[in-house]
Design a protein around this ligand. Structure first.
Ligand code: B12
Length: 430
């Protein structure tokens, strides 16, 4: 993180909000005052040496408080391995309370206002943000810009650059690429059992059995009608929820008119390699993929898939762009695949490997199903690797289920690429 930049961002956002609202002649002065909720970063928190995360969160929370946020969410130190335990949640909450009630920090409005450095940063952000706002306006507004894929591409490009800088140790992450410790820090990990899913399903069944079905369907028809006629969707949705419709059913009712947004899954290329200044490392892996091609007649081909309800696609996109730069042929699946769909796609695309990226705790259910589906679809020789938020205690389970590699948060992509090539080579030797 950049401590002062975070403070300046909040200050700049307040200025821009006030300025952008002026043309609407707001009648209530409160409308011109930006009110913000800040969540400290989860992305910056690491699986390695996890108590460092308490310090990171404190610094981030302090920046938010000095920047003048009205509301704050502090993340817990076990962020990169799972949902918080009661203990980690208490420390996260106490971080806020210490800032708010012990340190007197929140008694002053804009305490850094007037500092040369903070004012210069704030001004710089205002100027740069205006350029992007204008660019979006020229595309016809944010909804249009999203349709072109512009914001997503910018985010993915920046993520790939950042990953290349971290993998080389240019951006320091204490405990991950500098000041590493050999032994793992023992800590409790909250495990959510499969039973929760079954309980949720039976609650849904009960709700549907007990509701007044005609009333529900009528309210859902109201949602579709509001979508068709440009009516008040929020009011119609509240009506439907009161009639015990589920969020899924309300969204289906709108889908009849609007269709469903499908994010583009293209892979940007060249960014990871161009940001990696030690080109010898890149060249060595490319040499390995080139040798593979000479021997096999084609490049190592990998299908990267997101299965289940897991919408976290930053990791998979970063891995895709880096693997492509390292000489792999990379296919990316659509989001939310079933294991059967992923297996079918892998066989049809004739890949050597499937890389499942799992961040939302579905790996123990989905990876065994993927291995089974690959066998059923005639793809038993396709190797399976897994990456993402995988608690260390689950690695053995995944290996036993048939995975040949597991790559948790903080793995340098150059390292995972080399290990994947090792697995491909030992498969051939076997
Ligand atoms: C960013 C983030 C989000 C973003 C996602 C943006 C996006 N487009 O991806 C947003 C804000 C949208 C989000 C939403 C949610 N999130 Co979230 N999120 C994160 C966070 C903070 C970072 C993930 C990330 O991008 N890391 C950076 C990438 C580069 O790392 P990575 O994916 O781990 O990939 C690396 C390695 O794992 C490996 N790798 C990964 N995949 C693969 C594949 C292969 C083949 C290989 C070789 C390597 C590999 O290589 C990469 C480089 O090192 C994590 C916590 C964390 N620190 O990990 C929580 C986390 C994953 N989220 C979580 C949750 C609960 C949610 C929500 C359900 C919250 C909510 N109640 O709404 C929603 C779910 C949305 C959905 N539909 O899935 C939980 C999951 C809990 C669990 N596993 O038990 C986590 C762990 C946080 C937590 N502790 O609570 N989230």
């Amino acid at each position: 993180m950049n401590f002062f930049m975070e403070i300046a961002m909040l200050r700049a956002a307040r200025f821009l909000w006030h300025d952008l609202l002026k043309p609407f002649n707001p009648k209530n002065p409160k409308s011109s005052m930006l009110r913000t909720h800040v969540q400290t970063s989860g992305w910056s928190l690491t699986e390695q040496d996890p108590y460092n995360n308490i310090i990171r969160t404190t610094l981030e929370a302090l920046a938010a408080a000095l920047g003048g946020t009205q509301s704050l969410h502090t993340n817990s130190f076990d962020e990169a391995v799972g949902l918080p335990t009661d203990f980690s949640a208490r420390i996260a909450r106490n971080t806020q309370i210490l800032i708010q009630e012990e340190s007197q920090i929140c008694h002053v409005i804009d305490p850094l206002g007037g500092s040369y450095y903070i004012e210069a940063l704030t001004n710089g952000i205002i100027q740069e943000a205006r350029k992007i706002i204008n660019e979006v306006e020229e595309l016809g507004g944010m909804a249009k810009a999203i349709e072109t894929g512009m914001p997503k591409m910018r985010v993915e490009e920046s993520a790939a650059r950042k990953q290349a800088r971290i993998d080389q140790g240019l951006d320091v992450i204490v405990g991950v690429n500098k000041y590493k410790i050999d032994e793992a820090t023992p800590m409790d990990v909250l495990e959510v059992s499969e039973q929760v899913r079954d309980e949720q399903i039976s609650m849904l069944k009960k709700l549907k059995a007990e509701r007044d079905e005609a009333k529900t369907q009528n309210a859902l028809a109201g949602v579709t009608e509001a979508a068709e006629k440009g009516g008040n969707l929020l009011a119609a949705s509240i009506e439907a929820i009161r009639a015990r419709a589920t969020v899924g059913e309300v969204s289906d009712a709108m889908e009849k008119v609007f269709g469903r947004f499908v994010a583009t899954t293209q892979c940007i290329s060249g960014i990871y390699a161009s940001e990696y200044s030690d080109q010898a490392v890149i060249a060595a892996i490319r040499k390995r993929t080139d040798t593979f091609m000479e021997k096999e007649g084609r490049r190592p081909r990998i299908l990267l898939t997101k299965m289940g309800q897991d919408g976290h696609d930053r990791g998979i996109k970063v891995v895709a762009t880096a693997f492509a730069d390292l000489g792999f042929d990379v296919d990316i699946s659509p989001m939310f695949q079933t294991p059967e769909e992923a297996a079918k796609m892998a066989v049809e695309n004739d890949v050597h490997l499937v890389g499942a990226s799992s961040l939302a705790a579905g790996h123990k259910a989905l990876v065994p199903q993927l291995v089974k589906s690959l066998k059923a679809a005639g793809g038993e020789d396709i190797l399976v690797i897994v990456g993402g938020v995988i608690p260390p205690g689950d690695y053995d389970f995944l290996y036993k289920a048939g995975a040949v590699g597991v790559f948790g948060p903080g793995t340098a992509i150059t390292e995972s690429a080399n290990k994947v090539l090792n697995a491909l080579e030992s498969r051939k030797a076997a």
